[in-house]
Design a protein around this ligand. Structure first.
Ligand SMILES: [Ca+2]
Length: 483
């Protein structure tokens, strides 16, 4: 059985910003309905909290240290950009399995629009969107001009009403293209895979009316970690605060930002609802596999920080993930799953959905989610990971290497450039108290470092692979007694 596959990929959507994930004010009725028909993952993580590395992991099923896209395209004079092009993406496997392939909206990797690289036969890029807008007589550019008036550096950052109307907005256009592709591909005998890449809710939070005023800023509750003092934290976090000019923002300023962000989420939820409605009209909803995720999260004032990267906090790294299986395969619709899963797991999941012999293909770091989705007993289900591994390599021509593992209780962050971090995720879910240097937690540090060493070794990460002495210098080598 090969299912039609529809994947909604959003940008910078936080885990806690979904009704079904516990949001109390923000409304996401369409995604909540999807979750009611599917499986909601409570512990899904990005591979790397930055657009291009995360998106390359989605395509290839590989961690960034394997696919080689370590930063955004164009950063570092694009030295990393071509690395990922040596790897096959899931579209190619699916195309070879007889699928029709379509992509619309934000892509953010090299060779965008090139069939011979990514095997996407119907590709509608954001360049196409700008052309379509020009034909309507509207001149537009992505970036700071999206918001009017620009509020950078005042009492709030980068938020306001979009200069585009709801109908002209790029994320409405992306939904339009997905609907057209569904109509086109549903005429064919072969199954299809379509990815709709929404630009939002990435900053600038330029939200079309009426969604920009949908939420009262006063209803945004103060983040429990807004009182971050950066005591015993890597200095780079304060430098990020200064780089984005957010150090002066009070929580009242952030309330306006968060309310705008919520409006953006509700707007995209409505667009996703339109696409799902089109699938239902074609009587394909029942038999389709539908996936919703983001590429990473957004700090949104958590720890007083903005944007993403240079930290391993939950706000940036914990992501929403919903997977709806075809109705006949989903005996457990409406379930939630608390296993640790990764964005790198999506490509092998799509390959299994397409009934390809994926385990014989190029090895991937990710694992198919099907055993968790169907609650199947497979030998290796028992060996499902007990912790999640996340990496970071730098951003906008700043090379900073970090590795993080977290399990039920502990999060350990290895920062070669600075002090390490250790958080008790049960007693301190806001990650305010770094326990790494405290003698009373030295036993936990030893254990987590040992686990990280083994995780990195298993993941083939050269940060521990290349030389033993180098790893030992960072305290990652385990004595035989502790192995
Ligand atoms: Ca992104």
């Amino acid at each position: 059985m090969s299912y039609p596959i529809l994947y909604f990929l959003t940008d910078q959507w936080r885990y806690d910003c979904l009704g079904c994930n516990g949001a109390s004010v923000l409304k996401t009725p369409n995604l909540d309905s999807l979750a009611a028909d599917g499986v909601r993952f409570e512990r899904a993580y990005t591979t790397n909290a930055l657009c291009s590395p995360a998106r390359a992991s989605i395509l290839t099923g590989l961690y960034p240290h394997h696919h080689g896209q370590l930063a955004n395209t164009g950063n570092f004079n694009a030295v990393f950009d071509r690395q990922v092009l040596d790897h096959k993406g899931y579209f190619q496997y699916l195309k070879e399995a007889g699928y029709h392939t379509g992509y619309c909206g934000k892509f953010h990797l090299g060779e965008e629009g090139h069939y011979s690289q990514w095997y996407i036969e119907d590709w509608r890029t954001e360049g196409d969107f700008l052309k379509a807008l020009n034909q309507k007589g509207i001149t537009y550019d992505f970036g700071i001009h999206e918001v009017q008036p620009l509020e950078w550096g005042k009492e709030a950052v980068f938020c306001g009403r979009s200069v585009l109307s709801e109908r002209d907005h790029h994320d409405a256009w992306t939904a339009d293209q997905a609907i057209e592709m569904i109509e086109r591909f549903s005429e064919e005998e072969e199954p299809f895979v379509i990815c709709a890449g929404f630009h939002g809710p990435h900053f600038p939070y330029a939200v079309p009316a009426p969604y920009d005023t949908m939420y009262d800023p006063e209803l945004v509750e103060r983040w429990e970690n807004f009182d971050e003092m950066f005591d015993q934290k890597p200095l780079v976090q304060q430098k990020e605060l200064m780089r984005w000019n957010t150090a002066h923002l009070s929580f009242k300023g952030w309330q306006r930002v968060v309310a705008a962000y919520w409006g953006y989420c509700s707007f995209i939820d409505a667009q996703i609802g339109r696409v799902i409605e089109a699938l239902k009209e074609k009587e394909l909803y029942e038999e389709a596999m539908i996936v919703f995720s983001s590429d990473h999260g957004d700090m949104l004032g958590g720890h007083r920080l903005f944007n993403k990267g240079f930290n391993m906090y939950e706000e940036d790294n914990h992501i929403p993930l919903i997977v709806k299986l075809p109705a006949d395969a989903a005996e457990t619709a409406g379930r939630s799953c608390s296993h640790f899963v990764s964005l790198a797991d999506l490509a092998p999941t799509f390959l299994e959905a397409a009934n390809t012999a994926f385990e014989e293909k190029m090895p991937m770091d990710g694992k198919s989610l099907f055993p968790l989705l169907r609650q199947e007993e497979r030998d290796w289900k028992k060996a499902w990971r007990d912790e999640i591994l996340v990496e970071f390599n730098g951003y906008e021509s700043t090379l900073v290497t970090s590795r993080m593992i977290r399990d039920e209780t502990w999060k350990y962050v290895y920062n070669p450039f600075s002090i390490d971090e250790l958080y008790d995720m049960e007693s301190d879910p806001g990650e305010l108290r770094n326990l790494a240097a405290l003698p009373a937690f030295a036993h936990v540090m030893r254990r987590m470092r040992a686990r990280m060493y083994h995780c990195l070794k298993e993941a083939g990460d050269s940060i521990v692979e290349l030389s033993l002495w180098q790893s030992n210098s960072y305290g990652l080598i385990v004595s035989p007694r502790e192995q």
